[in-house]
Write a protein that binds this ligand. Structure first.
Ligand code: FAD
Length: 345
C-alpha cells in the first residue's frame, strides 16, 4: 500500500513519522521545504536570527524510510497527484497543506506577512533600520509579535491595530485584558475597532479615516484556505470558506481513501498546531484500520490548552474558560516547543 502525504507541517510531518516504519506501507511525503518548522515560535526569529536553526529539523533526520519529494503539488486526481508534471500514484492520500496568511492590501510595499521563520528574517532585516512598526491584527499571532518586539526592540514605536473591540477576542475576556495591559505597559499604542483598508505613499488609512505612518508593517489579519490543486477531484468537497469537508474519520466525501488533516479541514474548532498533530494520529490509525479491514475511529473535537507567549518569560495559558497569566507562561511555551521538537529527533 502506498500512502502519499502532501504537506510537511504539523499534521503531515507527524503522520509521516508515525507511518515511517510501518511494515507493508510505503510512504511518500511531498512538501515545499526540506525541513519541518515549529511555526508557533517563528516570531522569535524577528528579534533573534539564530532561533531559526533551533526550530527547523530536516525531514531526513526523523524520516528514515519515507520517500521525501521537495516539490509543490499542482493537481490531485482520485488515484494520483501531479507535482512538477511528475505523476505519483497512491492507494491512500493525505492532504495536509495548511492555509495561507494573505495581505489584503493592493500596495504591499514594506508590508510583510508572518507565515514562517523566513518571513521573520525579512522583518528582522527591515526593523534593524526602522523606528516604527504597525502590526495589523491583534489575534494570537499579532499579539505575540507585538509583545516580542516590545520586549526585545525597545526603541521601536509599535502600533497595534485590531478590528474588534478587544485583542484576542476569541479568548476569555480576562486573557484579552491581561495582554492589553502587558502591551500598553510597554508603550504599545493599541487601536481597537478599526480596520486598515488602504495604503498609499507610505500612509495607511483605517475605516475610521485615521492615517497612520510607519517604516514597517506586519500583516496578521487571519487565514485563507486556497486548495486550488484539488479542483479536479469530483464531488462537493469544499465548505463555503474553501476548507476541505471531512467526515469524522478525516475522509473526504465519497473518497474514503483520501484524507485531510490540520488547518485545511472544515472541522469547527480553533486551528492549532496541537490539533493538527492529533488529526495526524487519528489519520494514521484509520489508514491502518482500513488496511486491516477494521472499523475506523471517530474523531470528536475536544478543547486543548493554548499558550500565548508575551516576550520570553511572560504569557497566557488558557484552557476552556480558565486563564492563567503572568511570569512563567512564556517559559511554558518554550518547554512545549522543546518537547515537540524532541518528538522529531
Ligand atoms: C506565525 C505563526 C504562529 C503560530 N503560533 C501558534 C501557536 O502559538 N500555537 C498553535 O497551536 N498554533 C500556532 N500557529 C498555527 C499552527 O502553526 C498551525 O495550526 C499548524 O501549523 C497547522 O498545521 P498543518 O499541518 O495543518 O499546516 P502547516 O503546518 O501550515 O503545514 C502545511 C505544509 O504544507 C506545505 N504545502 C502547502 N501547499 C503545498 C503544495 N501544494 N504542495 C506541497 N506542499 C504544500 C507547506 O509548505 C507546509 O509545509 C501559528 C502559525 C503561524 C503562521
Amino acid at each position: 500500500m502506498h500512502v502519499v502525504i502532501i504537506g510537511g507541517g504539523f499534521c503531515g510531518a507527524t503522520l509521516a513519522k508515525l507511518l515511517d516504519d510501518v511494515n507493508g506501507l510505503e510512504t511518500t511525503l511531498i512538501t515545499k521545504t526540506s525541513f519541518f518548522e515549529y511555526t508557533p515560535s517563528a516570531h522569535k526569529c524577528i528579534t533573534d536570527l539564530s532561533y531559526q536553526g533551533y526550530i527547523r529539523i530536516p525531514f531526513n533526520v526523523f524520516l528514515k524510510n519515507t520517500h521525501i519529494i521537495i516539490d509543490e503539488v499542482t493537481s490531485i486526481f482520485s488515484d494520483r497527484v501531479v507535482a512538477s508534471s511528475k505523476e505519483i500514484t497512491f492507494d491512500f492520500l493525505v492532504i495536509a497543506t495548511g492555509v495561507d496568511y494573505p495581505i489584503y492590501l493592493e500596495n504591499k510595499k514594506n508590508v510583510f506577512k508572518m507565515n514562517c521563520s523566513q518571513d521573520a528574517l525579512k522583518i528582522h532585516k527591515m526593523l534593524k533600520n526602522a523606528s516604527s512598526v504597525i502590526i495589523v491584527g491583534g489575534g494570537y499571532i499579532g499579539t505575540e509579535i507585538s509583545a516580542e518586539i516590545a520586549c526585545n526592540m525597545k526603541d521601536c514605536k509599535i502600533t497595534l491595530v485590531h478590528s474588534q473591540k478587544r485583542i484576542l477576542e476569541r479568548s476569555p475576556l480576562v486573557a484579552s485584558r491581561y495582554a492589553e495591559y502587558f502591551l500598553r505597559k510597554r508603550h504599545v499604542q493599541i487601536i481597537l475597532g478599526e480596520k486598515v483598508i488602504d495604503h498609499k505613499d507610505d500612509v495607511f488609512t483605517t475605516n475610521s479615516n485615521r492615517s497612520l505612518q510607519s517604516d514597517v508593517t506586519i500583516w496578521c489579519t487571519g487565514t485563507k484556505s486556497n486548495p486550488f490543486f484539488i479542483d479536479d477531484l469530483k464531488g462537493d468537497i469544499f465548505s463555503k470558506d474553501q476548507r476541505i469537508i471531512v467526515n469524522d474519520h478525516f475522509q473526504l466525501p465519497n473518497h474514503s481513501h483520501i484524507y485531510a488533516g490540520g488547518d485545511i479541514t472544515n472541522i469547527a474548532e480553533e486551528k492549532t498546531a496541537r490539533k493538527a498533530e492529533i488529526h495526524a494520529r487519528f489519520i494514521s490509525r484509520n489508514i491502518l484500520c482500513q488496511c486491516n479491514k477494521k472499523k475506523c475511529r471517530k474523531y470528536e473535537s475536544r478543547s486543548s490548552p493554548l499558550v500565548i507567549s508575551l516576550g520570553d518569560f511572560y504569557g497566557i495559558t488558557q484552557f476552556q474558560q480558565m486563564v492563567f497569566a503572568g511570569l512563567g507562561h512564556g517559559l511554558l511555551k518554550k518547554i512545549i516547543e522543546w518537547w515537540t521538537l524532541q518528538q522529531f529527533q
